[in-house]
Write a protein that binds this ligand. Sequence first.
Ligand SMILES: [Zn+2]
Length: 376
Amino acid sequence: MDTLLAIHLRAAQIPDSVHKLKFLRSELEESDVLAAPPVRRIPFPTVVAMVIAALAFLFTRATVNPEHAKAGEALSLPAAVSIAPVEGKIEKIWLVEKRPAYWVYSNGLQIRTEYLTESTVRHYVTWSRADLVENAAEAAMPAGIVFHTTESLMLPLEAGEAHSLVRTREAMLEHIRRGRLYNYVIDRFGQVFRVVPDDEVAFHAGHSVWADARTVYEGLNESFLGVALEARTDGSLVQDPAQIRSGRMLTDLLRGEYSIPGENCVTHAQVSVNPRNMQIGYHTDWAANFPFGEFGLPDGYASAPASIELFGFDYNRHFLEAIGGKPWQGLLTAEATVRRAAEARKCSTAEYRELLRRKYQAIRSQRNEPADRDRT
Ligand SMILES: [Zn+2]
């Protein structure tokens, strides 16, 4: 145990997550801990708990959020089962019970609050979609939801793993709380955790852009809520029925509370951009198979991304691989719009894209970049 404690403490001094993980692996290999018999056969439960906690904490730090899933990573997801989204007005859901550790809502949703922390107050500028003129009034209410995967360690959902699953989740949530990475997290069992209050900023979206029918949003940390499902996009993603049920209830709650239209409920892959190379999909979590239907939402992959349609972004083959090799309907729509607009102006598509890109730069220059923008 002393060796493990020493390794854990030394690892805690290493600021970089990747270096920390390399250090941990090499130290554990040298100390023969990784060559130990399967966990359940070790006769000292405390030692087991130490190993699991250290591995879970450090592995989670190395994998949660900072990079998410990058374009080019292998993707093998189960197909989503679609059901028709609920149309019409979202019913307002009300608070039934408020306890120190959890809140209960009228649709049965229970939100745990033991990881709740504070961040900066939400306020942001927007632009009119029609002419890209900045709207006069600053906004303070969430205008949408960005869905993420945590990209954290996925253990088998088995009774024998219960203790490890809880420890892994605790390490993940602690990391998310410290970084104020999401407003909400839905764990493998469908439990919902509020981490950053709705009226405060979570650092979940990085460089990002989206637009609904009337308004353009740039930098979605400030304008959209971040909801992360404990899942990975590398093939171990499981769309657990409990997660989907809770995700639907949470989505209904937030949409009712802030009058969020379905078109503003999107995945990180739909909104993430890289301003350095003007490509979309810097982060590719939920690049495919997000269960929009089960969440009561229209198919987001059919929405034309504003990044392409309004601001001339492009995508590369890595992104195409991440979304399953076939462009979303929304990508095709956006590209067709750009082509038609270029033809109408009697210029090439490349020339027209350059014009759009200058509009994006103009918008970005109108706002102060928050220091935390590039944290994700
Ligand atoms: Zn993400």
